[in-house]
Every structure is written in C-alpha cells, then in structure tokens.
Design a protein around this ligand. Structure first.
Ligand SMILES: [Zn+2]
Length: 185
C-alpha cells in the first residue's frame, strides 16, 4: 500500500470522464488499497480514483464515525439507476477543493448499481450521507465537481482562488474559517 498524491483544482484531470473497469484484477485491488490509505490519511470519507490521477470508475468510501470501527466500502463502475424527486441539501467538501465547503442540493435518495471487488453486482438504495457521498463520488468519475452544483458566482470565485493559489504555489485561502466538515470526498 502507498499513500498517493491527491490532485486539486484547477488540475484538468478532474474534468476527465473515467473509464469503466473491465477486469477486477491485482492492479485494481492495489489501486483500491492505495485509495483507502490516501483517503484515511487525508482524512476524508470518500475518494474517486481520478482524485489520485487514475481515470478509472472506482470509488472508495468509509462513512464510519471516529468512534466506530472502520467500514470500508468499494464501488466499481457505480451507476445511478434511480433518483428521488425529493431533494435534500447538505454541506459538502472535497479533498480536491481543500478548505471550501458549501451547501449542495441533490436528490434525497438514489439507487446505485455497482460491482464489488469480487466482481459481484449489487444494487442499493441510499439516502442521507450515503446518498450525498455516492452522488459526489459518481460525479467525480464523470468529471463533475460539487462546485458545479452551486451558483456560477460562487464557482467562479472558487476557481479564481485556486488558480491564483496555484500560481503562488500556496494553498487557497477562504475568508470564512469554517470548522472542517466530515462530509469530505
Ligand atoms: Zn470530491
């Protein structure tokens, strides 16, 4: 296992549409191991492979609270098959857009079809934090970021800050010093 570097805005790779995993082999298992190590270290609750620069449809997640045992979940080739009409709003953050948090409205419940590491197909219905996190991560493998769901004004402000920060070689700073949310993927 190895901790990998998380790519951040404005890295263009974040806009790539990731390719489906054709075969779950040793290299996919090694990728998943690295993703968990990177995610736990960050720390975050979800990570898409593209966030470590690998354009494959692989998502790692662990929604266990700090006082609970680890509960790693892997979603290979995840696909949303149903979305509720009902919407819900939750604050989101992203390891690829560090230190910026904003409320995002998404369908409150979804159904997701995916493969596990043994290649077995599952379909689950998710709501709450799991639904938020799955939608956030499935967006990543489609080249979509959570800031695409906020106002253009706010999105442009975030992009500008990250571009400037990249030029200066420093992390982007936001005036509002919010408590780091655990809703980070
Ligand atoms: Zn993210």
């Amino acid at each position: 296992m190895a901790k990998r570097e998380i790519i951040i805005l404005p890295d263009k790779r974040l806009r790539l549409k990731s390719a489906s995993v054709e075969k779950i082999d040793k290299s996919v298992r090694a990728l998943v191991d690295d993703m968990f190590e990177t995610m736990y270290e960050a720390p975050g609750i979800g990570l898409a492979a593209i966030q470590i620069g690998v354009p494959q449809r692989v998502v790692a997640m662990d929604l266990a609270r700090k006082d609970e045992p680890k509960a790693p979940q892997v979603f290979i080739n995840p696909e949303v098959t149903w979305r509720s009409d009902e919407k819900s709003a939750a604050e989101e953050g992203c390891l690829s857009i560090p230190d910026y948090y904003e409320e995002v409205e998404r369908p409150a419940a979804i159904k997701v079809k995916f493969l596990d590491l043994d290649g077995k197909q599952h379909e689950i219905e998710a709501s709450g934090l799991l639904a938020t996190c799955l939608q956030h991560e499935i967006d990543h493998i489609n080249g979509v970021l959570f800031i695409d769901h906020i106002s253009k004004l706010k999105r442009d402000m975030v992009l500008k800050k990250f571009k400037k920060a990249q030029k200066r070689g420093e992390p982007a700073k936001f005036a509002e010093d919010k408590e780091p949310s655990h809703h980070i993927g």
